[in-house]
Design a protein. Structure first.
Length: 265
């Protein structure tokens, strides 16, 4: 059954009177240059745990370089066989990501939960239902110009937050996904996703609304930071802020599309 946009907004806990406001220039990312956080900025990376150091020693420092050269099929196989951190021990299966492999929109969450572990697809549980509603509220749909991935591809036991070393071990996969997708905009859902992609650069609250970008080689991809759907299910009072972030993301994407149309190639 497909829901109307107003029903989706209701589902998100937002009444239909929420409409897209004209964004101030700063929020549109026009007033100042974005804060560029390089893909591998020295100093922003968490210290590697003993397990990750052991895994790097076992798999060699070339692992990231090797992953950086994989195509989609090879990447999926590599993820399915991965034993680079302890999360492989209890997984039912890996959860690489889902959606349009050339999507304009890339949403990044934390890591699979029990349902995702069972089904092999990200965000299919309760938090996923809210994510689908959030997407629908800005006229997006899973798989349709949208790709959904996680910071880690295996379920952390008990749905705990992935450790820095686990995100570090999985980072080459996320970075390769970004390089293959070449999204026009990345939306980071929650602190773990921020940490995985940008490093320890500040609290989620301090990053919301800031012009941020992720650098992938020569490409600078704008980044929007917002709350994780599971957090929003527990903290209803922050849903309105998430809605602001989504509106900001949509305005930014429209701006990017206009700019790309004006300067093709
Ligand atoms: N939470 C996440 O961060 N990712 C999922 O895939 C499911 C729940």
């Amino acid at each position: 059954m497909s829901l109307s946009r107003n029903q989706m907004l209701d589902e998100m806990g937002l009444s239909p009177q929420w409409v897209l406001r004209e964004q101030p220039a700063l929020e549109r990312g026009e007033a100042s240059a974005p804060v560029i956080i390089p893909a591998a900025s020295p100093g922003s990376k968490p210290a590697l745990s003993v397990e990750t150091q052991a895994s790097l020693a076992q798999y060699g420092p070339e692992r990231a370089q090797q992953i950086a050269g994989l195509g989609w099929d090879q990447l999926r196989h590599s993820i399915a066989d991965c034993r680079a951190c302890g999360l492989c021990a209890q997984r039912k299966q890996t959860v690489p990501g889902v959606g349009d492999e050339r999507a304009g929109w890339l949403f990044i969450g934390e890591g699979p939960g029990a349902e995702e572990d069972a089904r092999g697809e990200p965000f299919v549980g309760v938090a996923g239902k809210l994510l689908d509603a959030m997407l629908a509220a800005i006229d997006l749909k899973r798989g349709n110009d949208v790709y959904i991935a996680n910071a880690v591809k295996c379920r952390p036991p008990g749905n705990r937050t992935p450790e820095a070393s686990e995100m570090d071990a999985c980072a080459p996969y996320l970075k390769r996904q970004i390089a293959l997708i070449e999204p026009r905009l990345i939306v980071l859902l929650g602190r773990a996703a921020v940490h995985a992609l940008l490093g320890e650069v500040g609290s989620l609250a301090s990053l919301r609304g800031k012009p941020l970008a992720y650098r992938d080689g020569k490409n600078e991809i704008p980044v929007i930071v917002t709350y994780h759907p599971a957090y929003l299910l527990r903290t209803l009072s922050d849903k309105a802020k998430a809605w602001e972030d989504l509106c900001r993301a949509r305005a930014l994407m429209r701006q990017i599309s206009r700019e790309q149309a004006a300067s093709p190639g």
